[in-house]
Design a protein around this ligand. Structure first.
Ligand code: SER
Length: 310
């Protein structure tokens, strides 16, 4: 049985993962932490700064935590406003977890990477697990370095740090904060409020996406997989489906033909253009039985019903 801590519990993935883990009976205790004063949930929440190694260490020892999901990060678009701050938060918070794992205080940890590790020179379609990676954002650089550090610690110190390269995550509960794929969530909220939406990406920009329920399922599957089956020590490619802003617009117009979207691409377009269109996730499929349940259509339908639009 596990005593689990979610670091960054108030974010887009953290909010949903907290709920999912609190509903499972294979976890003894669940603790949440973030830098906010309060949690949006009524779960067991504590304010802890992921950048403070001492605070994190004493909290984890005090609560006898053995499994950590470290989700705190600054995302790709927001990260470009202050690249050094992004590097500092994303890397040093990860180092704290890696060091605690090396010291044997944490037995197992999950840390999300991203399609942002890819850049302009890898194949855009079916982007393989192993290919050139020249990220163009501070976020992507930090995720790529983080992946390599996970592999380094796993290989040299026998730690058990597991990771997934997430596509854009489409969620209904918590909003994403400052990513290049955020439009795919924002557009639903504009639609619900009957507000004309201005999209910061071009209408035909194809990006890989995943529905939040699938993302959570993937995290739990990877964390429950036997360690000996995991061939990837850095971070697993993961794929669900791909879509463009225009595709969502057309879906939403089927419900309300009056919904209007303007396309005004900004600096985020170059980031999106550097990312893959589709992903080859064969290692995740073979090593821990990954298969997505939600395609574009199912994701759209679930978003509409979860946001009480339909
Ligand atoms: N969704 C993230 C972003 O757009 C990618 O990991 O920054």
């Amino acid at each position: 049985m596990s005593r689990v801590l979610i670091v960054g519990s108030e974010g887009q993935i953290g909010t949903q993962l907290s709920k999912a883990l609190s509903n499972r009976d294979d976890f003894d205790y669940l603790f949440l932490c973030d830098i906010k004063d309060k949690s949006r949930t009524d779960l067991n929440y504590f304010k802890v700064d992921a950048l403070s190694y001492d605070d994190l260490k004493s909290f984890i020892i005090d609560k006898k935590i053995n499994e950590v999901y470290h989700l705190a990060a600054i995302l790709s678009a927001k990260g470009e406003k202050d690249p050094m701050r992004t590097w500092n938060l994303n890397m040093n918070s990860l180092f704290n977890i890696l060091k605690l794992a090396k010291e044997g205080i944490i037995e197992k940890a999950f840390w999300p990477s991203s399609i942002a590790v890819f850049g302009n020179n890898n194949p855009k379609n079916d982007t393989p697990q192993f290919s050139d990676k020249e990220p163009i954002t501070s976020y992507g650089i930090s995720k790529l370095a983080g992946e390599n550090w996970c592999k380094y610690f796993n290989t040299n110190y026998g730690t058990d740090i597991r990771s997934i390269r997430f596509p854009g995550v489409i969620s209904y509960d918590a909003l994403p904060g400052g990513g290049t794929t955020d439009y795919a969530v924002d557009i639903f909220h504009s639609f619900k409020s009957k507000i004309r939406y201005t999209c910061f990406l071009d209408k035909d920009t194809i990006l890989p996406m995943i529905y939040i329920d699938d993302a959570i399922d993937g995290i739990i599957k990877l964390m429950r997989a036997p360690k000996k089956k995991l061939r990837i020590q850095s971070s697993y490619n993961l794929y669900a489906f791909s879509m463009s802003p225009k595709m969502i617009e057309e879906e939403l117009k089927k419900i309300d033909n009056g919904f209007q979207v303007d396309y005004v691409p900004d600096y985020r377009q170059a980031i999106a253009d550097s990312w893959p269109n589709t992903i080859d996730d064969i290692y995740a499929c073979e090593d821990w039985d990954w298969n997505s349940k939600y395609n574009f259509k199912e994701t759209t339908n679930h978003m509409l019903s979860k946001l009480a639009i339909l």
